[in-house]
Design a protein. Sequence first.
Lengths: 562, 144
Amino acid sequence: MIKDKYSKYYRSLSWNLILTAIAVSFTPLIMVIGVLLYQFNVSYQEKTQAHLSELVQKHAQNIDTFLTEKLANLRQTSVNNSIESLSNSEVLREKLQNLRSEYSNVFVDLGVVDDRGMQLAYAGPYELKNVTYADADWFKAALQLDMYISDVFTGLRGHPHFIVAVKKHESGRNILLRATIDFKAFNSLVQNLKIGKTGYAYILNRKGEFQTSPPLEYKASPTGYEFFWNAVAKTKNTFIITQRKDESGTENLYAVASLKDGQWLLIVKQQVKDAFSDLNRMQNIAVIIFIIGGIAILMMVYYTTRRMVRRIRRADKEKEFMNQQVIETGKMASIGELAAGIAHEINNPVAIMVEEAGWIGDLLEEEEFAQSSNLEEFNRALKQINTQGRRCKEITHKLLSFARKTDSTVKDVQLNEIITEIVGISSQMAKYNKVTIEMNLQPTLPYITISPSEMQQVLLNLINNALDAMEKTGGTIQISTKISEIEPGHIVIIIQDDGPGIPEANLARVFDPFFTTKPVGKGTGLGLSICYGIINKMGGKIDVQSASGQGARFRIWIPVQK
Amino acid sequence: MAKPDTLLVDDEVPFVETMIKRLDKRGLNVISAHSGADALTQLDRHASVDTVILDVKMPGMDGLETLKEIKKRHPLKEVIMLTGHATVETAIEGMKLGAFDYLMKPCELDVLMAKVREAAKKKHDHDLKIEQARIDKLMLTRGY
């Protein structure tokens, strides 16, 4: 009943505690993990990008160096020899031999082309003497410049290559000394550039054509290459680093450097997932730590809150019981005062009646009444009045002596005296219920230091319960005292009735507050729990043995102080 | 009318009236008072009173206060306390303050009579001793 009434309150209390604890413990956890992760993220990205940009710029430089070197080699050959000698295929073959032996087989062939596009001389693996280049793009471009490097193209020979050409001016005529650069050798410059698992490099020209062997996923030009050209043009830098999606929708990190005076772009592409794999691992670890920590916190919070609320609940219940006990004690005290007042008020009229009767008795002794035939009857009646007056006096005195003692000041008392007194008070009531109270008190009990009024309350409660139980049947209450054999240093009081007993189901609960089997309004359910509280306070123990139909047996142990 | 020898103090008028009749019949000469203050004036007026029967519980000045006052003004008068509810504490308190004895109400009249006689006898013995002492002193000063 009490549980149901307050369970809502305790539930909301639990939730408040849980939510507060979660907020308090999760906020710093989230903040720490968040801040650390963010800082790590930023610095790791910076580091990755710095690494990538360094790599790309170095390679771009390498490639540029390679190209200008080749150009310089060719230029040297052109400067050192006359057109005459260069036009001789024998000489040209010798020059090619020199270049090849000096610069590993990068140079594939050499040729001399006049300003009309006719190849005057050729040295190399193909039969290209007297071929005309008049319509070739490279020829048109090279004619305008002193030095020229073409884009990669397939040309006459059917596989990719590119041309390095140097213009030579001598005695009014222009010729071009051209060399083919081995594509494989050039390609290896870029192909060796591998980063992580997914990072690779390639070169694009302005039209977006691959200048190196294209990576596997590409057949034609990569879409969106204009973006890089625009970006390079816009920032006026030779290097940019950016992050965007490619054709397949994967997020990639691009490092782009312009080459060959801005005609080519060296592009290094790496999947973001790969580039930041350490970062992702770190993030995963953080998430795992967060989840494990979070679960641990939640469990702890739940567990401790439940324990705390249970404790609060118990304390509240105890408090309520205490309050009830205080109220009950207060009620007893006020009833006691009331009883004392009434007893005293009744005492005076009774005294007057007894005195008046005595006066009549005095008068009857006069001689004039001695002859009266009813003298005997008068005397008997007066004696009866006297006796009943005395009985009233006894009752009020008992009531007074009981009421007077409802306080908890301790005294040295003889337990048997208290029991005798209480039995005296209860005997009238017992008589109405056809109950006899038998006492079997050990006469040599030591004095004990307790509050007599509290002891009276306990005994009265137990006797009244027994009387209530035997209200219909009648029976016997046996009260005995002795030095306990089970508990050394204790006096034991045994109150036994032969009433209907306590059903086994209720036996464990009889000392619980508010437990009662009496009809509503007849019992508070506090009597035995107050007894329990009082005996507990005295340092004693109380227990009950009973079975249905076999009466009840209460035992109280009170310690004897040394 | 003979000089009164006993004062009965109780706020219950019918009780006092009946008691006076009964005590008178047994040869005592009783006067009455219905409060503590009343009792003191009666004592001042009637020096012949030996014994006071005093109810403990009275409105206004209660029995113990009256007892104190009587003992202050008339240390030789003997007081018997009459209590409605005999508590050992009040009894002890009364005895400490010099009461002769205490009795519970309603009491056996014969017991009360016996107590009053004892008290009166004690008072007389005291008086006699004091008288004797005076005479002795007088004799000494006269130089017999």
